[in-house]
Design a protein around this ligand. Structure first.
Ligand code: TYC
Length: 122
C-alpha cells in the first residue's frame, strides 16, 4: 500500500524586507510531496529435516511443543519429513522463525538427537 502525504510550508517576509513575488505582495509557498512506502515484512518457513537417528516420537513431541500442533497434525508432518526429507512446521516473521529454530535446535541437542531445524524465506 502506498500513502501520499503533503507537508505544506508557507513563508513570507513579515517585515517586508524579503523578495517580493510577482502577484502576492511578497509571500512564498513550498509544497513537498512525500511518498511513503510501507513494505510488508518478509516471512520465513521453519522446516525440519529428516535424519536416520532421531526417534519419530521425539519429532512428534517437538512439533506439539514448539509449533502447537495436535497429535494428528504433528504425526502427519513428522511422516512427511520422514518420507520426503523435509517439511514445513510453520511460517513466521524473521525473529519468531529464528527463535523457533534456536529453541528446537537446543532441545534436540539437550536430548542428544541430531534433528536439524532450519528457516528459509517463504
Ligand atoms: N527418520 C527418522 C526415523 O526413522 C524419523 C524422523 C522424522 C527424523 C522427522 C527427523 O525431522 C525428522 N527414526
Amino acid at each position: 500500500m502506498k500513502m501520499v502525504t503533503f507537508s505544506g510550508f508557507c513563508a513570507g517576509p513579515e517585515n517586508g524586507d524579503g523578495p517580493k513575488g510577482p502577484s502576492d505582495g511578497g509571500s512564498a509557498a513550498v509544497l513537498e510531496r512525500q511518498v511513503e512506502k510501507t513494505k510488508t515484512p518478509p516471512l520465513f518457513q521453519v522446516l525440519l529435516l529428516n535424519d536416520d537417528f532421531t526417534p519419530m516420537e521425539f519429532v512428534v513431541v517437538v512439533l506439539q511443543k514448539f509449533f502447537l500442533m495436535d497429535l494428528d497434525k504433528a504425526t502427519h508432518v513428522m511422516l512427511t519429513v520422514h518420507r520426503e526429507g523435509r517439511g514445513v512446521c510453520g511460517v513466521y516473521t524473521r525473529d519468531v522463525a529464528s527463535t523457533k529454530v534456536e529453541l528446537v535446535s537446543n532441545f534436540a541437542r539437550m536430548h542428544q538427537h541430531p534433528l536439524q531445524c532450519v528457516m528459509e524465506e517463504a
